[in-house]
Write a protein that binds this ligand. Structure first.
Ligand code: ADP
Ligand code: MG
Length: 352
């Protein structure tokens, strides 16, 4: 009961916005489901200053607003700071949903991973300064470990709330300059299984580069969503049966792989990796056996990094990238994995 009152009061006193309050700036992206702009808000007594991001979305915007409202209340630190969402009818293109977030920062993980400086560019962002230390595998491993911890922490927040993102990829992870952590964005393909907001099948929304194999299995059937009350009653059971959160774990495993292997960061090499893994029946160990004997120096570097500390990184990676969802580690269990026992980056900044 208290939660409902709080949610209601919170909403009542939160500033609301309309089209005329929004001053469009630079376009940040455009997909088939809407466009994203950097914007500023015309000053209102109640409004906070600063930069914002606006997404003009099509019909899927309704679900994205629902998901962002839920995240705001349940696990605010996992995702970009959501401000307000509304239906905008005056657009020439017909009804659109407009969504506002705080502008978190300039770079996504995809931008940062494309740089030759990765992962040192991320170290500088997280610590707020450039470390004058020799470069090397151990330092890179600490940075990647810190990024993985942040990603799994954010994902655990979503999953504990009952939300599966379904489109986890470096392009949908933003570096928040305010909190100096990575946050998840783009809940347009997310499913909330506890309340039954889950309109599968929507595979066409999913990015095949990062999608777990079961998505292709699901698309051959056409499950229809049960009614909301039925879904709400069934969802804890369905969650345990299907472990839908493990879909995201596979995607975050592929991000881990790309961070460790510089040679797998491009789209074309990731697509090639996916083909190779499929040929190995999605068995990462047999993929390693086939590629390692004739591995390029770049590929060898990845194995070397994951083999540090008795191969604990490789062990974690292999527990995420598995064919069967049931055999994949959960975000919460992954955070307790021995890979994270070693101190990451924050320890370094405390020493100074
Ligand atoms: P799309 O549906 O087009 O993929 P996203 O929600 O992923 O929409 O946003 C597109 C791009 O806009 C992101 O890749 C990112 O560069 C930028 N962006 C989105 N939200 C934010 C935010 N809160 N702060 C800063 N940049 C953002
Ligand atoms: Mg996106």
């Amino acid at each position: 009961f208290d939660m409902f009152v709080l949610a209601f009061v919170e909403r009542l006193f939160r500033p609301t916005y309309k089209k005329d309050d929004i001053v469009l700036g630079k376009k940040l992206g455009e997909g088939s489901f809407g466009a994203v702009y950097r914007v500023s808000l015309a000053k209102k007594p109640s409004s906070k200053g600063g930069d914002f991001v606006l997404k003009k979305a099509t019909e899927y915007g309704a679900v994205e607003i629902w998901m962002n409202e839920r995240v705001r209340r349940a696990c605010a630190n996992s995702c970009a700071d959501f401000v307000y969402g509304f239906l905008e009818n005056s657009s020439k293109k017909g009804a659109e949903y407009w969504l506002l977030w705080r502008f978190e920062g300039e770079a996504t993980l995809a931008d940062l991973m494309q740089s030759r400086e990765f992962p040192y560019n991320v170290e500088a962002l997280i610590l707020g300064e450039v470390q004058d230390l020799p470069k090397g595998l151990d330092r890179e491993n600490r940075i990647i470990q810190t990024i993985m911890r942040q990603l799994l922490f954010a994902l655990d927040g979503l999953h504990s709330t009952g939300i599966v993102h379904r489109d986890i990829k470096p392009q949908n992870i933003i570096f928040s300059e305010g909190s100096r952590t990575f946050k998840i964005i783009d809940l347009g393909a997310a499913a909330d299984l506890r309340v039954g907001i889950n309109y599968i099948p929507k595979e066409f929304l999913l990015d095949p580069r990062y999608a777990a194999p079961e998505q292709y299995i699901m698309s051959t059937q056409t499950p229809s969503a049960p009614s909301a009350p039925v879904a709400a009653a069934l969802s804890p059971v369905l969650w345990q049966l299907n472990l839908p959160d493990r879909f995201d774990i596979y995607s975050v495993g592929l991000i881990f792989l790309q961070m460790a292997f510089p040679g797998l960061r491009s789209d074309s090499s990731l697509i090639q990796f996916n083909r190779q893994l499929k040929r190995c029946d999605y068995d990462l160990v047999s993929w390693r056996q086939t590629v390692e004997p004739r591995a390029s120096p770049e590929l060898r570097k990845g194995f070397e990094l994951l083999d540090l500390d008795g191969g604990i990184g490789w062990e974690l990676l292999a527990s995420m990238v598995r064919f069967k969802a049931r055999q994949r580690i959960s975000a919460k269990t992954a955070l307790a994995h021995p890979y994270f026992d070693r101190e990451g980056l924050l320890a370094l900044s405390f020493i100074q």
